[in-house]
Design a protein around this ligand. Sequence first.
Ligand code: PLP
Length: 418
Amino acid sequence: MKRPFVDATTLRKIVAEYPTPFHLYDEQGIRDNARRLHQAFAWNAGFKEYFAVKATPNPTILTILKEEGCGVDCATSTELLLADAVGFKGQEIMFSSNMTSLEDFQHAHQLGAIINLDDLTDVEYIKQLPTIPKTICLRYNPGGNFSISNEIMDTPGEAKYGMTRSQLSLAITQLLDLGVEQFGLHAFLASNTTTNDYYPTLAKILFELVRDLQEETGAHFTLVNLSGGIGVPYHPDQKAADITAIGSGVEVAFNSILVPAGLGDLSIVAELGRFMLAPYGHLVATAVRRKDIYKHYIGLDASAANLMRPAMYGSYHHITIAGKEDAPHDHIYDVVGGLCENNDKFAINRKLPEIELGDLVVIHDTGAHGFSMGYNYNGKLRSAEVLLKADGSTELIRRAETPEDYFATLKLPVRSSL
Ligand SMILES: *Cc1c(COP(=O)(O)O)cnc(C)c1O
């Protein structure tokens, strides 16, 4: 049984202050989870989690993670600006981009970020930087299918990211010639997976490859980047990943592959986004309309513009009606937004308690890839973001957009009435 991290009484008080819809974040949940992650990898002295900024690009959230010892993983110049504004310095920033412009590489280099190269042709861009970075990370794509115990997890052969095995060798040789001294190896082979075997399986692949590449090229490897991909149980029947077991699984691979190869001081780093934030965010909306035709619809004041995942991927997001957690779930609804798009549905044929207009609807697990994937289709405005702090108080950490924001980039033919 999945329950919101706020009870209905608290939620009504919050809604009295901040009108729906908004994304609500649970500070204590975020901190506790970050501490569990660090505990699970405490065996590795250099361990660092570089939070994938794209998951939740909010300075207050990034500050909380910074206080918990995390760095940030950026992919664009704007994300670098955000990281810099929050106070992340030098190697606290990972730059894992693709199809990257020289300007973006220059920005990352100027901040002293660890640059993670997606492609062999990126080496030409490194040559054009004012100085050659001491450390460079390389992204690997093994091609084909990625399987764990005969189950296909994902298809790297279809993914645009990373370099082939032979390109890795070439990139390292070229970068050694340029004067790069330390190398990292990165791969992201499966997304949103709750199996405890993903990181250990990936670690084994990368550790063996680091051992082989070091032998082959003489390059000195100092880090392995396991990237993102650890998932969360969106559905109540799903089991959560056990981060302690995951940390131990990576440690076993480390001790059996890297330590005997004399690579026992190598740092493990991660770029988790979803795992760090998804469960600690809710999209809070109000049931504003109902409609009974061939099916029963509940219309919310939120739409896919506030949470794209169901429309884009058909993703399940659990829904709780505040105060009706234990009421019989004896109604079947499609819970929808008001976009002129028929995929604007948070839930289809969902068993829920009877919903009355004015009920507060909590959409779970929106803390990552939630607000950040929002858009302005149909003139829908982005919502506010509110932080529920560890002491029970709340803080508006992003105001809701206004029509002025929507019009800010437009050239209007006539003076608007705004
Ligand atoms: C998106 C992304 C992540 C984070 O992925 P999650 O699934 O949110 O953990 C990490 N690294 C890179 C390069 C990414 O593109």
